[in-house]
Ligand binder design. Sequence first.
Ligand SMILES: Nc1nc2c(c(=O)[nH]1)N[C@H]1C(S)=C(S)[C@@H](COP(=O)(O)O)O[C@H]1N2
Ligand SMILES: [Mo]
Length: 413
Amino acid sequence: MAFLNPTHNHFDRRGFLKKSSLATLATLIGTDIVFANRLPKHYLPLAIDVDPMATKNKGLVVLNDKPWNVETPAHLLDDPITPADKLFIRNNGLIPEKIDPATWTLTINGESVKQARTYKLDDLKKRFKPYTYQLVLECAGNGRSGYFPKTAGNQWTDGGVGCAEWTGVRLKDVLADVGLKDDAVYIGYYGKDLHISLDPKKEVISRGVPMRKALEDETLLAWAMNGQDIPLVHGAPLRLVVGGWPASTSGKWLHTIAVRNKVHDGAKMTGKSYKVPINPVEPGVDPPEDQFRIIESMPVKSIITFPQTGAMLTKGQALILRGHAWAGDRSVREVAVSVDFGATWQKAELKPPKNRLAWQHWTTEIKLPQSGYYEIWARATDSAGVAQPMVMPQWNPEGYCNNACHRIAVKMG
Ligand SMILES: Nc1nc2c(c(=O)[nH]1)N[C@H]1C(S)=C(S)[C@@H](COP(=O)(O)O)O[C@H]1N2
Ligand SMILES: [Mo]
């Protein structure tokens, strides 16, 4: 196979297809594209775009090493609950050097608390009831590499997402214990990581959520992940976990939460960070700051975790597919798969979530009609009837929220 354009685009941006016929494509792919007559115009088959074999047996992929940004190839997300060694890593600064759970404290302050208060980590554990939830964390930039024109930032493909099981106390219980004023609007977190410049006065990231999200049952001050202490890279010894919203709201190495009487204005809350245009823009158009809104609930999405892209099937072999689907604050009501570039869809079996804001597992079995090259697409629909776009969501200048259908390539011999 020849792999000409190492990008993640669904469409031919470089005029390659103009110069080649379907026969050439088949030669490059090494076999016939079975539903070639269904190919959308200018559609770039996955096998031409990215070498499905190149990721074979590879582990997590480092997108950036300073700060540390690591994504998980889709097939490594096959576990129902994402284990610690398979959860993507997104750091905006440097991991704090000294973490001592025995002396760790959490301060709740801000304009809208009656009186600021500091808790030892042990007090939190002793004084409040613990809860455990499976919560999806997805970086808002997940899928960014699929946008054209290209947008700045880490070029995540599909692996900036995971669903671990988090244990901690409800933020709402702690806030009730502190006592809030009536004018509380937003919370903002502060973590102990260091700015890349090592300047201690510079804030790395300090984001937050409106009170209605902060006060949800599932919003946790968590000290455990998958039944163990949170690994250092994921925010030990205490992190905020806000399921279904951009994972940038889930503050790691948490030491302070401010209850604000206005929209929190910490680092990466202002400017265009984690914001999209209020009104759709033409690809490439970057409107002024006042025409952006903060991303809240993440859009519906699904992933194929089995088989791995590039799978070779023997003739007549049934293709068993499985994966997960999630939809921000909503649940997923249907997952369907297509083997003919979206012309027809087959409904998958879909399990309900373990709890609100957990991802849902889906599976289905497909019979491929003949030998050749196929692409498998998965598409989820949320509880409000909103489905994933098949190949191209709304472009936005920062490259957020790309929830296009995930696709894998398979060949049947
Ligand atoms: N203190 C702190 N919290 C943080 C970040 C950070 O850089 N510092 N990154 C945020 C972003 S952008 C994401 S996507 C998630 C990633 O969480 P993970 O590395 O545990 O997967 O953490 C969020 N919380
Ligand atoms: Mo992120």
